[in-house]
Design a protein around this ligand. Structure first.
Ligand code: FA5
Length: 332
């Protein structure tokens, strides 16, 4: 037994003296592998006198357990601190960073610019009733603009809003003039999709109602907005148009930022890009919400948010905004 105790002390001292993870592993191989010293001690059991065999076997077994535990705890210690397991020359892993969606960025720009001009932000539901989309917007049941082809109807006479103009009515019926609001939000149309049209897109409605509001204020407001958004050299033009809810009405074009009005593929050689509709609020709308149209006048506009973003970021296909392709989104 004395000899065995010496062997035990030598082995355990040798293991404890390991100074690294690699050295500890070498000791495991030296003592506990198939041909390791402790493993080989088991092979000697058969040579021991029968009366001592049990004691010998127990001793070797305990030695193996002790050596095993010791090696494991040393390995644990070295794997936490050892430089061998941490390669300091590897480049660090940067945390993945997200980016804002370009439509969110342009919406934030819109809100910031119009807030500075005194507009507050209003909202309305995307599921609307025919009253807010048609009747209150001066499109009675016989009106051709009420055709169902580009509206998406739901059950119980409800429909997905086709334009944010419904928020004009919802805002005005809630209070008394003056009103000065913008209403950015999603709209839906039963449309064939292409590079400039999608069935789901966003608009930003604008409404200003007060005493003595004139068309020149509408022009000034939009002119200022586009200059802040696209730069001071931006030129806009108004083309006469028809909307049932404004009179007079116009479409607003912005000089193509890409070719500076000379004509290019983006603006289809016209030098202009159509971004929205606008006009003076039709007196019928004011009357529909109980506002005296002799006393108050107003202007309204509706801008396509995707179109604004296409211009700002030079995006040639509107569908890119909703495809969730990270190669596109990572650029912003
Ligand atoms: C309207 O929706 C009117 N409500 C705008 C308005 C508001 C006029 C207030 C007067 C007063 P329009 O259908 O032209 O108008 O759409 C306005 C803008 O939305 C367009 O100029 C365009 O920028 C954008 N737009 C229209 N249809 C689509 C579409 N399918 N995909 C993407 N953008 C669209």
């Amino acid at each position: 037994m004395n000899g065995l105790l010496e062997i035990k002390k030598r082995i355990l001292d040798d293991i404890v003296s390991s100074g690294s993870y690699t050295e500890t592993e070498e000791k495991r191989i030296k003592y506990l592998s198939k041909k390791g010293e402790i493993t080989l001690l088991f092979g000697q059991i058969k040579d021991i006198e029968p009366e001592n065999r049990k004691e010998f076997g127990q001793f070797v077994n305990d030695l193996r357990t002790e050596a095993f535990d010791l090696i494991n705890s040393l390995k644990e210690k070295y794997s936490e601190t050892s430089a061998e397991t941490i390669d300091l020359t590897l480049p660090g892993k940067l945390p993945g960073s997200g980016s804002y969606h370009p439509l969110n960025m342009i919406r934030d720009d819109l809100k910031k610019i119009f807030r500075k001009m005194g507009f507050s932000v209003a909202t309305g539901p995307e599921v609307e009733t025919e009253y807010y989309i048609f009747d209150a917007l001066n499109m009675p049941s016989w009106h051709p603009a009420r055709k169902t082809t580009d509206s998406l109807f739901l059950s119980e006479g409800k429909l997905l809003r086709t334009e944010t103009s419904s928020v004009q009515i919802r805002t005005m019926e809630k209070g008394k003039p003056p009103f000065r609001i913008i209403a950015p939000g999603r709209v839906y149309r039963n449309e064939k999709e292409n590079a400039t049209h999608t069935a789901m897109f966003s608009q930003c409605e604008g409404l200003y109602v007060n005493r003595g509001v004139s068309f020149s204020e509408l022009k000034g407001t939009l002119k200022e907005f586009f200059k802040i958004l696209y730069g001071k050299d931006t030129v806009i033009r108004f083309r006469p148009h028809y909307f049932p809810f404004t009179e007079p009405s116009a479409e607003v074009d912005v000089s193509c930022f890409k070719c500076k009005g000379k004509g290019c593929s983006l603006c289809k050689r016209s030098g202009w890009l159509e971004l929205g509709g606008c006009g003076m609020v039709h007196p019928k709308l004011l009357e529909n919400v109980g506002i005296d149209s002799e006393e108050f006048t107003g202007f309204a506009f509706g801008l396509g948010i995707e179109r604004l973003a296409m211009l700002k970021y030079g995006v040639n296909d509107i569908r890119d905004f909703t495809e969730n392709d990270l190669r596109f989104l990572d650029q912003f």
